[in-house]
Design a protein around this ligand. Sequence first.
Ligand SMILES: [Zn+2]
Length: 164
Amino acid sequence: MRTLTEHDIRTSFVNCSRGEARRLAVPRDLDSRPWDDLDFLGWRDPGAPDRSYLVTERDGRPVGVTLRFPASRRGFLHRSMCSLCLTTHPGGGVSLMTARKAGAAGREGNSVGLYMCTDLACSLYVRGRKVPESGGRFEESLTLEEQIARTAGNLTAFLDKLFE
Ligand SMILES: [Zn+2]
């Protein structure tokens, strides 16, 4: 994806208030992120351990999503495979995250859940730039380009649900 500025990111969020988007923690090292290898930028909030964020592109525009870990039942909700990049993390490195829906549906309290790499580094796992703690990803018959397209497709499907 293209390089985003802090302003791009703060104005991209679709499922939180403007005030929240102004205050949330944006990474300070945006200049050194490997943007060419990212399907989305994802990060944990260092000041709020139950929160993380992702920003991707949809129809050529940045779209940001705030995510929450259902902290009280975290242990109960583990799965071992990320539903975006299909990387397995047997040690519990996949978490259920929930995103409030965009617009009126979100204001009424509706949300969408997603099992996802807890460190939000899906793009790097797919490209082999980061190796999961289990030592590797399962053998894929798909090419790298096909795996990237699949991850992007899974992410698009998730975003579609937020806008339903
Ligand atoms: Zn993942």
